[in-house]
Design a protein around this ligand. Structure first.
Ligand code: SF4
Ligand code: SF4
Ligand code: SF4
Ligand code: FES
Length: 947
């Protein structure tokens, strides 16, 4: 596709259902009441010149270029700020209007550099376009007067430059930052001729509050705000619509190309998850695809002490297959397994689990959801009948009360956070339940009505206490419960939550949450209108993760907040395709569509298609694979696109498990930390280099489209196919669409999903079948997937991880906006400008007790291990709680996390570790040792010259 600018209607659409007839340039049209004249004219192709208006922002009326004549009205009103009225007669093109518009343009051009031919925006500049549109030929004022042409350029942001000499002070950037992003980082300083756009308090963009989302750059009509890649490479010549490969929001982008070079990623207005917005990761952090550390040739080595040896694809595949066969021959069929990747496509994930089941002939397959949202799968399936969130993101527009628990959307799911903030600024109420004062608690023009700073590990007690208030104060939606839920289970649950020991007053002592505040929050949730719960890993990554998910579902059922817009139970998924990886059968007990492997009828479907008999016994989960490896029973692992050494808990144990294996095959972009223990390295492809689909947190299946050829030679699905064939499991797919055809054929919830339908509709949300051929935005509308909703008793069982004299603080972990997961991609981009190391947040009281100053190196000690990092003193964390991120392998935050895990799913308890913190002089023994080992393991033997 050539880069056609999507039509800009100038002002946002009116949502009114009343229609108004107007006459524009002699043509009668009917538009919704409240539509601007500018937009109405554009709908019939009468493009009125404009500069300060764009349809992603409210009209502002500052440039005066969009003037029109309206019969019966004096003067020439601005069409962007004037709504249509019944019977209105408008003229958009007259001699008088042309004269006025040329006059406006003369003023702009007289204070603008006349370097169009060498300007980076040449050909993509609205000022240039408007000068042409109004027929500007001359500037009467000359160019010598006072002007802004010498203002210095701000190049501090790694990704875009601000050249104030090209700024026309239209304020589109300021409004984009306010209205779309919600950061309010920009302002117009001074008045009149001195007006100037500045970031924060006249700081550079990098030092300001700017979070580099790019909304201002996108909104800017001139070259004042321009991507540095456009300045360096030039204007793009074509684009491909694809999906971001970072987080579970699943933003749609236009990958704009010039030749084989990716010039920029521009958020796509038609994207149903992001509605034209982006964050710093998807918008700018794609440079890892061409980073010099990317491995492009397969490599093998006999032992992890040896240097790597580059080999051909055929040798690497043959070696890996022969090793897996040798291991199975020697140690048994169950001695090998595979890990699928939530960063890879649905099709690739499906092939990995197929290879494990049909070629390894066991069910030893698992995925990183084990360590994040497996409790969501268990909890929502038990209560509601399906392992996924209930709403679409658009639903937030109708939400009256938001509960955010154990999630930090502005960092983890930033584009959705912007949509939440838009709704909150319109008046929706916010309850935050989190040990930290996350940004949402108090952001510009947003303030939580209640922040419940609970002690880590007490989610279940807090949620059950909220249920106590709802039941004992008569706030249950009785008609919903009677119509939609199992009554016996409800009554049993209601009696349980009503017990005095579950009251806010009784639980306050160990949750740390003020009883009155909790009561008020529960009342607001139950009575404030459409109420939605958004939750993240702060709910799931606990020894009671599944219980907490069920407690959330209980609250939603009790208050009737399911099955309609604006409410629901909404897990905010971490990685881009974690929902898809789960959907595709990545768990050891389930095939695609969450059907148990022990079910004979389900297995028969796959056995007939694949021509092999499947094992009816569930296989090993990741922690069980590692335990078995340490015990000597598990010897071979294929890991696609995951870095379990860095991401999984208790790093020493993971390392011991990997070191005990005889063949570890790592399939990834970089020699990651897990590759330190690998024997075969298969270079992976980026999302830019392949076709496929991702499924985001709202069950939305979206196309990933190939933008460039794979630099490593193969897309990941092709590599798995080569390995499966070498293992004797025939696979012969010519394109990922053929894999999707197979997925649709064997997975009822994907029955109607084809690439053709995705291309036609843009995306679909599963279930997509004969009953819902265009997908299902909101689930459980007329009934729950399991029939009647099931209330589950959620008894609070404190974690075994206890604080005491040796380890008196509680560590909880999370992520930060600019980095992603283990950082393998984002650490290899300019995003390190914002976060180049993990730091430990510690409350001033705890720091003072230990003599710690801001920026000091501190040692973080737990029962599992120790690491060192710098301290940041902040009251964002409560006394007794410390917090860090896990993006940098130099820190190895998971050296200190323990093996405690969720009772139902083994999801690790990352969010609660008892620790001690003390000043330190430098890295821990583990860190020093590990750095040496990792460096050694990355050495590649020189290629011997051909004879
Ligand atoms: S930087 Fe661009 S968007 Fe912002 S005021 Fe200047 S011209 Fe307008
Ligand atoms: S990049 Fe985003 S946050 Fe930064 S100033 Fe622009 S709109 Fe605001
Ligand atoms: S919000 Fe998530 S999906 Fe969207 S651009 Fe950012 S990282 Fe990508
Ligand atoms: S576009 Fe209407 S005043 Fe600027």
């Amino acid at each position: 596709m050539a880069p056609v600018n999507e039509i800009d209607f100038g002002t946002p659409p009116s949502l009114s259902e009343d229609m108004v007839d107007v006459v524009i340039d002699g043509q009668t049209i009917s538009v919704p009441a409240g539509t601007s004249i500018l937009r109405a004219a554009q709908t019939i192709g009468a493009a009125i010149p404009k500069l300060c208006a764009t349809d992603s922002l409210q009209a502002f009326g500052s440039c005066r270029l969009c003037l029109v004549e309206v019969e019966g009205r004096a003067g020439a009103p601005a069409s962007c700020t004037t709504p249509v009225a019944p019977g209105m007669v408008v003229r958009t093109q007259t001699a008088q209007l042309s004269k006025l518009r040329r006059g406006v343009m003369e003023l702009y051009i007289s204070d603008h550099p006349l370097d169009c031919l060498t300007c980076a925006a040449n050909g993509d500049c609205e000022l240039q376009d408007m000068a042409g549109a109004v027929g500007l030929r001359d500037v009467r004022y000359g160019y010598e007067g006072e002007n802004h042409l010498d203002l210095p350029c701000d190049e501090s942001n790694p990704y875009f430059a601000f050249d104030p000499s090209k700024c026309i002070v239209c304020s589109r950037c300021v409004r984009a930052c306010d209205e779309v992003q919600g950061t309010f980082a920009l302002t117009v300083r001074d008045r009149g001729f001195s007006s100037q756009v500045t970031a924060s308090q006249s700081e550079s963009f990098l030092e300001s509050e700017c979070v580099s989302c790019g909304a201002c750059v996108q909104a800017c009509p001139t070259a004042a705000l321009t991507e540095k890649a456009v300045i360096a490479i030039g204007q793009p010549a074509r684009y491909v619509v694809t999906t971001c490969a970072y987080c579970g929001v699943g933003c749609t982008f236009k990958a704009e190309m010039r030749g084989e070079d990716l010039v920029r990623m521009v958020p796509y207005k038609e994207g149903k998850a992001n509605r034209g917005h982006s964050c710093v990761k998807g918008r700018f952090a794609w440079g890892y695809a061409t980073h010099k550390e990317r491995i492009l040739n397969p490599m093998i080595r006999g032992s992890i002490q040896e240097p790597w040896r580059e080999v051909s694809w055929s040798e690497a595949i043959a070696y890996a297959a022969s090793e897996f066969k040798r291991i199975q021959g020697k140690y048994g069929r169950g001695a090998v397994g595979g890990i699928t990747s939530s960063r890879c496509t649905n099709e690739e994930t499906y092939l990995v689990q197929k290879m494990v089941r049909a070629a390894f002939r066991n069910n030893n397959v698992d995925t990183c959801a084990r360590v994040c949202h497996s409790p969501t799968g268990y909890g929502l399936k038990t209560t509601l009948g399906t392992s996924a969130g209930t709403q679409d993101f658009d639903s937030v527009r109708q939400c009256d009360v938001m509960v955010v628990i154990g999630a930090n959307p502005t960092d983890g799911h930033p584009v959705f956070a912007s949509r939440m903030k838009q709704r909150l600024r319109q008046g929706a109420k916010l309850i935050v339940i989190d040990p930290r004062r996350i940004d949402l608690v108090r952001a510009p023009h947003v303030e939580a009505v209640h922040h419940l700073p609970l002690r880590p590990g007490t989610n279940v007690a807090v949620l059950t206490a909220m249920a106590h208030v709802i039941v004992t104060e008569g706030l249950v939606d009785e008609s919903f419960v009677h119509a939609r839920c199992e009554l016996d289970a409800f009554e049993f649950w209601a009696e349980f939550v009503s017990r005095p020991e579950n009251s806010p007053e009784a639980t306050q002592a160990y949750t740390g949450v003020d009883a009155n505040e909790l009561r008020a929050a529960a009342r607001l949730y139950a009575t404030g209108g459409a109420a939605a719960i958004y939750y993240g890993l702060g709910v799931t990554e606990h020894s009671q993760g599944s219980t907490a998910v069920m407690a959330i579902a209980n609250l939603a059922m009790a208050t009737g907040n399911l099955g309609k817009p604006g409410c629901g139970v909404n897990p905010l998924r971490g990685q881009n395709n974690v929902q898809g990886a789960c959907d595709m059968g990545s768990f050891p007990h389930e095939v695609s569509g969450y059907r148990h492997i022990s079910d004979d009828a389900t297995r028969a479907v796959f056995e007939e298609l694949w021509g092999v008999e499947l094992d009816a016994e569930p296989g090993l989960r990741i922690p069980n694979m590692l335990d078995a490896a340490v015990e000597g029973d598990f010897k071979g692992l294929y890991v696609q696109g995951e870095d379990i050494l860095q991401s999984d808990p208790n790093t020493r144990h993971v390392a011991a498990g990997l070191a005990a294996m005889e063949c570890v095959v790592v399939h990834d972009l970089f020699l990651n930390e897990t590759a330190t223990y690998a024997h075969v390295f298969l270079p992976g492809s980026t999302f830019l280099e392949k076709d496929g689909t991702f499924t985001n947190a709202e069950r939305r299946i979206q196309r990933v489209r190939k933008v460039m050829a794979p630099r490593n030679g193969y897309a990941d699905w092709e590599i798995t196919q080569l390995l499966a064939n070498a293992l004797g499991c025939p696979m012969n797919y010519g394109h990922p669409s053929e894999i999707m055809r197979e997925i649709s054929a064997v997975t009822p919830t994907f029955e109607g999903v084809t690439y053709e339908r995705l291309d036609e509709l843009g995306s679909v949300q599963w279930p997509c079948d004969a009953a819902a051929p265009e997908g299902t935005p909101v689930m459980h509308v007329d009934g729950f997937v399991r029939g009647k909703g099931k209330f589950v008793v959620t008894e609070y069982v404190p974690t075994e991880e206890k604080i005491g004299p040796r380890f008196p603080l509680l560590l909880t972990t999370g992520r930060i906006l600019s980095q992603y997961n283990v950082g393998a991609q984002t650490r290899r981009t300019a995003n390190v400008a914002w976060h180049h190391e993990d730091v430990l947040e510690i409350h001033p009281h705890d720091a003072e007790d230990r003599g710690i100053r801001d920026g000091d190196w501190v040692k973080l000690n737990s029962r599992a291990g120790a690491t060192t990092l710098r301290a940041r003193i902040t009251d964002r964390v409560a006394p007794g709680v410390v917090y860090t991120t896990f993006h940098h392998p130099g820190t190895q935050a998971n050296v200190v996390t323990t093996e405690h895990s969720d009772w139902a799913t083994n999801c690790p308890e990352y969010k609660v570790t008892a620790v001690q913190v003390a000043r330190s002089n430098g890295p821990s023994d583990w860190q020093t040792d590990y750095v040496l080992k990792a460096r050694r393991s990355r050495s590649v033997a020189p290629v011997e010259p051909a004879e």
